[in-house]
Ligand binder design. Sequence first.
Ligand code: ADP
Ligand code: MG
Length: 474
Amino acid sequence: MAAPWEDILRNKPAVQEAASVAVDAALLEGVLMRTEREPNASDVVSYAPFTLLPSAVPSALFEQAYAVQQDFNLLVDAISQNKEFLERTLASTIKVDDFTARLFRIHMQVLEEGLAQSVFLGINRSDYMFDCGVDGTPALKQIEINTIAASFGGLTSRTAAVHGQVLKVLGRSEEASRLLPNNPSKGLALGIAKAWELYGSQSAVVMFLVEEVQRNIFDQRCVENELWNRNIRVIRKRFRDVFEKGSLDDAKRLYMDGQEVAVVYYREGYVPKNYDQQNWEARLLLERSRAVKCPDIATQLAGTKKVQQELSRPGTLERLLPGRTEAIARIRATFAGLYSLDMGEEGDKIAATAIADPDRFVLKPQREGGGNNLYGEELRQVLEKIRDSPERTSYILMDKIKPQPAMNYLLRAHSPLQVSECISELGIFGVYVRQGKEMVMNNAAGHLLRTKAIEHADGGVAAGVAVLDTPYLV
Ligand code: ADP
Ligand code: MG
């Protein structure tokens, strides 16, 4: 399943020439990121890291990933509406994980008060790797589904053009013409626009809830611009701004600086460090409001690792999606082995297995954003320490996916040009809008391919490990 340019990788002068074309093309196309030194200013910007060449992706697995996305949208949406399931599934986790517990408390509070909005907007990204089985046949295995702040839909809308140009420069125009168009930023914006329309106020705005440090602003601007093009006003605010200037009126309409907010699109709020006491209060205000939340807090909880693990238990999908036999089969086919570390015999047994053979597993806490999982010797040490304590229930265990590596160059500002052995992770963006009981939109909105050197077990693009890529179907 190798891409047809192994020969090019060894031709250093051609690679050097192509790399300088690639970087300029990335800048021209807008594959941009602010710099580490000036993360909140756009005076001097750089390119987001990316591969020199597109990576080979088996077309059957690519199609499989697209084909299951609407099923995953339905599943996430069903979980978010199932109070009992979330309560039961997260019961052990929230006893030991304070962050999940706080999210859960807000979830319960808004349910008790009664939800002020019946329109729901979900934007997620389901991530996969291509696991190489014993016979070497790759299989699509889900890493996780991100139900809040799934990023890079904007920048990845522009990488195919960059890679197309690189291939042309290298004399591969035929292959360049085979790169697929991809525009998640438009698909995401269509979902946001639909929610805005259903909210039903021409003068209301869409609020992007953004981080204090905004290095990845261009990725968000791609989506913002799609909304402006549809004459929908966008404002960018932080939790701090919401705490200081946000308010609800008697009908729980959300106002920021006197502007009514129709949709809150979170690009923040998924890790504990995003919150101090004021930010928690701001989050509660947003959740209580009539604005459409993307995602609402129940949908964020549906994306926890603990929920993912419970989904793999026999019978769970059947209970969540009654009657949808085919969707369930498509979803289940993407599951890797996932194991609960809840106290009891089942958890004791899998903990002992993982301690004895740590390279078979990944140990995952309830965290997002990369760099939190434990592997190998570190996994063994941590699990050994907590194996008899309830602390272990804040983690889950997962089978380690082992993809076939391929050679590529990872282009990063100020880094030497050197060939690396790499593995890739494919993400499919899902967008859906539900009004009351009716799904009014349910789409797969595009893809993201990220590639990293094999020496890094963990980590995404924002974490500085993976880089943007474009799939070349084989
Ligand atoms: P996060 O929420 O931090 O993004 P992920 O579950 O996506 O957590 O894990 C982060 C990274 O760790 C992934 O992008 C992938 O590179 C690696 N990883 C996660 N789970 C596995 C697994 N089961 N097998 C191999 N690598 C994994
Ligand atoms: Mg991830």
